[in-house]
Design a protein around this ligand. Structure first.
Ligand code: ZN
Length: 99
């Protein structure tokens, strides 16, 4: 059941964006209904991630890591290794240009 919370958040955001793109009804614009949906979706996601993730930093929990470039991947060419200065989370970024 808990796993469905992020899906609900993403669904609300998606629905809000879809309403903006579809430009469906003037009534929605009067009440800023689509923005409320997106905002509610974001709030749900932030609350979910803040309460479920274990990172010390609140920013890291909602995915806002402070990455620094620490090196290159040995196996994949042109892949940069980044590590978060706060929580140590690592990610690999492959550069498509190869430069
Ligand atoms: Zn982090």
């Amino acid at each position: 059941m808990k796993d469905k919370v992020p899906s609900i958040g993403y669904a609300l955001i998606f629905l809000g964006i879809a309403l903006i793109l579809a430009n469906v009804d003037n009534m929605f614009h009067i009440f800023y209904f689509h923005y409320i949906l997106i905002f509610a979706g974001l709030i749900i996601l932030i609350i979910y991630y803040l309460s479920n993730r274990k990172e010390k930093s609140l920013l890291c929990r909602i995915g806002l890591h402070k990455f620094e470039h620490i090196g290159w991947d040995d196996e994949v060419k042109f892949a940069l290794i980044y590590r978060c200065q706060r929580c140590g989370y690592k990610k690999r970024v492959v550069r498509s240009t190869g430069g």
